[in-house]
Design a protein around this ligand. Structure first.
Ligand code: ATP
Length: 319
């Protein structure tokens, strides 16, 4: 291996820059040339590939988003498009590719690997919805953004005796919601992995209000239910003003936390190590604080993220 490429794909996440930086600097330290590909698989197909130097990644470790850019490029599902992308890589004599992204991006990396082009996947998404790793790059930063918002809502809601329903991201994974509920001291958490028992939520909030609580907080993962309608129902049941707040893309931005920067740096350097050791078609994870790698095909086809039942139960116990 003499030359490797790196790209970021799908939804951006804080810490992607730190991952790119680590790939570049670990690569250069090992005598490998590193090429940055702009806007994910789209830029790969359009041959927007540039050589990165040590200084190309100066001053990016603290920046959110991804300086290489990211894109959704559904056409990459077509084999002919992927073949053209591989041709571009071969023209630059790039031997292998590091892909930082979510499960969709892993899918692209898996397909390239199946076509004989070795890829390493790094889990870059705030959703924490990737198998084979306890944490994804960006999750911790997004969680801290959510906690900051929840703390602010708590201040104003308890002053006004108001109930807050907060919708957080996570797609089909409740990790952000559960972690935010525990760290933010929420009364109730709703996650996609568990059936949503609206009646239980309503009666629990009602009981809290009857005990004299000045404020109640419900954290709910996106795509489960209409949070504005839910707020209306809570309001009519408790007769307390209830507001829904959809945090949205705020959660994806901002300077990465130290934890995300370290995770991204470790994973980026590990990806280079794996390629140097002759591994391809792997995805990197952190399990029990150890870096691990799994077969990317097996990861997508067979591995499932375990549901964090303990965290879910804890949020109910501490309410
Ligand atoms: P996030 O979950 O944070 O949004 P993601 O990586 O899952 O990130 P997607 O939009 O699902 O985001 O995927 C990113 C890109 O990966 C797609 O736009 C496409 O270029 C490529 N991709 C997704 N699925 C496939 C597939 N089945 N085959 C080939 N390429 C794919």
């Amino acid at each position: 291996i003499k030359k490797i490429g790196v790209l970021t794909s799908g939804g951006d996440s804080p810490g992607m820059n730190a991952a790119i930086r680590a790939v570049v600097r670990a690569g250069l330290s090992s005598g490998i040339e590193v090429f940055g590909i702009h806007d994910g698989y789209l830029g790969l197909h359009q041959d927007r590939i540039e050589k990165l130097e040590r200084y190309s990644v100066s001053d990016v470790i603290n920046r959110g988003g991804t300086f290489l850019g990211s894109a959704r490029f559904p056409a990459f599902k077509e084999e002919s498009v992927r073949r053209e992308a591989i041709e571009n890589l071969k023209r630059h004599a790039i031997d292998a590719l590091v892909v930082v992204g979510g499960d969709g991006s892993y899918m692209g990396a898996k397909k390239l690997t199946e076509m004989g082009y070795p890829c390493i996947g790094l889990p870059g998404t705030i959703d924490n919805d990737i198998a084979g790793t306890d944490y994804t790059i960006g999750f911790d930063t997004a969680l801290n953004v959510i906690i900051d918002a929840i703390d602010r809502l708590r201040d104003t809601s308890s002053s006004h005796k108001r109930i807050s329903v907060v919708e957080v991201m996570g797609r089909h994974c409740g990790d952000l919601a559960m972690s935010a509920a525990v760290a933010g001291g929420a009364e109730f958490v709703v996650v996609p992995e568990q059936p949503f028992d609206k009646e239980s939520l309503l009666s629990q909030i009602e009981a809290g209000v009857a005990r004299g609580k000045r404020h109640a907080l419900v954290v709910i993962c996106e795509h489960v239910t209409d949070v504005n309608a839910l707020a209306k129902e809570i309001e009519s049941r408790t007769e307390l003003e209830t507001r829904a707040t959809i945090l949205g893309h705020i959660q994806r931005g901002g300077s990465p936390t130290a934890r995300d920067r370290i995770l991204a740096s470790r994973m980026g350097a590990y990806a280079v190590e794996l390629l140097l050791a002759g591994h391809g078609g792997r995805c990197v994870g952190l399990q029990h604080n150890e870096l691990v790698h799994h077969d990317i095909i097996d990861c997508i086809e067979n591995m499932k993220r375990p549901f964090n039942q303990e965290l879910f139960d804890l949020s109910a116990k501490l309410f």
